[in-house]
Design a binder for this molecule. Structure first.
Ligand code: PSV
Ligand code: MN
Length: 427
């Protein structure tokens, strides 16, 4: 199903007067502060975030799963869903596939469908955290870290196959997340598990083409509860350095213990040129995979503050980052939830672009702590929503994507087409 362009224009027309009024008011404030509104609009317009193929259906928890109807039954449907999000937001120009959840049957047809929707293929993700029917060895006790060489070999080969699949689609990166770890003290020889993992990652790294990147995620706990083989950014960084210059650390916002200073991690990784990308989500306690910015919007802004600084002062030669939403949807319609996340990301980015960096540098040098806080909070407390909406409108999207989605009755149409009882693959 496609978003009807005429309907979208009609929707925007109804809201144009109010929008212009709000945008006009903000533009005057920004002009006074000598901020170039057009520059910011352009930066917002080019900022694209990938949607994961596994987050378009109902996520559920280990206690239950509640369907909402019209879920995408296959990869084609998933691309259509991303197409809907992209048409309305103009900020979701890529899909990230998880293999084997989303193996394309007909690669050319999939590529064509994606092209029609203006969607590219972001990083491909391997999966050695679940056993598949046709596999010889089990990952119950780990994959790349496993004590058995045969298991490690199987896991490496899976990653190499994922790279091959990504090549045919036009992806340029593989993301590796390992569930490997232990739930009981004494279960692992930490050193050997680390060494096995490093050696296996090196094997996978050898399989990526020169213009590809390898992203290594970290996570402190879950599904293992005593130790994870890659628990933190330091371990991920060290493993990436052990692989080579095209291996990077990937930060998933949910993969930190409560109150971790993620913005500081981001700053140091970028300074070292080793930040590969982001998985956006939000959480209250753990890897809750909730809508971006719904619990901790100030933290999101502070992270973007470091990202913007890093992009503007790229002394570490950090390559462009891969942006993706990694969320799960238990209560809300995933498409609405993803649009809310995209909005939160752009808001935080726009606010970070407003930070008066020259003034902040002076305040930091003079140790004027009060002023430092004033500068950051002034940017954070600016209501940039009209700016974000204007960038979207100029790109051909909806002034308010969630309202447009509801007014057009998109979910109802999807249910009509796909039925009530379809279940998407993924989390
Ligand atoms: C693990 O929690 C993770 O964040 C990794 O990115 C996985 O690939 C993804 O979730 C989906 O399981
Ligand atoms: Mn992730």
């Amino acid at each position: 199903m496609n978003i009807n362009k005429t309907h979208l224009q009609d929707f925007n027309k109804q809201r144009l007067t109010d929008h212009k009024e709000q945008f006009g008011f903000l533009s005057i404030q920004l002009d006074k502060a000598q901020i170039n509104t057009n520059d910011i609009i352009q930066q917002l317009q080019t900022f694209q975030v990938a949607i994961p193929s596994w987050a378009l259906g109902a996520g559920g928890t280990r206690f239950g799963r509640f369907s909402f109807g019209g879920e995408p039954a296959n990869l084609e449907d998933k691309i259509d869903d991303v197409g809907i999000i992209h048409a309305l937001t103009q900020s979701a120009g890529a899909i990230s596939l998880h293999i084997p959840w989303d193996i394309p049957n007909d690669t050319e047809a999939i590529k064509q469908k994606a092209a029609i929707n203006g969607i590219g293929f972001d990083a491909v993700n391997s999966n050695t955290f679940q056993d598949q029917n046709d596999q010889q060895h089990s990952y119950k006790f780990g994959s790349l870290c496993h004590t058995d060489k045969g298991v490690r070999k199987q896991a490496v080969e899976h990653n190499l196959q994922v790279i091959e699949m990504g090549k045919t689609l036009g992806s340029k990166a593989i993301t590796v997340w390992l569930a490997d770890g232990t739930s009981f003290p004494g279960q692992h020889n930490f050193r050997k598990a680390h060494q096995n993992t490093q050696a296996a990652l090196q094997e996978i790294y050898k399989g990526i083409p020169d213009d590809w990147k390898m992203y290594i995620e970290y996570k402190p706990y879950e599904p293992n509860f005593y130790s994870m083989v890659i628990p933190d950014w330091g371990t991920s960084l060290s493993l990436a350095e052990g692989c080579g210059e095209n291996a990077f650390t990937l930060v998933d916002l949910g993969h930190h213990l409560p109150n971790t200073n993620i913005e500081q991690i981001v700053a140091i990784l970028m300074m070292k040129g080793k930040l590969g990308g982001f998985h956006f989500n939000d959480s209250k306690y753990g890897d809750d995979d909730l809508t971006v910015g719904n619990v901790k919007p100030y933290q999101l802004f502070l992270i973007f503050n470091e990202l913007v600084y890093g992009m503007q002062n790229n002394e570490g030669g950090n390559p462009p980052l891969a942006w993706m939403i990694d969320a799960s949807h238990n209560l809300k319609d995933p498409l609405e939830d993803l649009m809310q996340s995209l909005e939160a990301i752009r808001i935080a980015y726009a606010q970070a672009l407003l930070v008066d960096r020259a003034a902040l540098e002076i305040a930091q040098t003079e140790n004027d702590v009060t002023r430092c806080q004033e500068i950051l909070q002034r940017a954070f407390r600016t209501d940039v929503r009209p700016l974000v909406a204007e960038a979207r409108r100029l790109s051909g999207g909806a002034i308010n994507p969630v309202d447009a989605y509801r007014q057009m009755g998109v979910r109802k149409q999807l249910i009509g087409k796909r039925g009530v009882n379809v279940v998407a693959t993924g989390l």
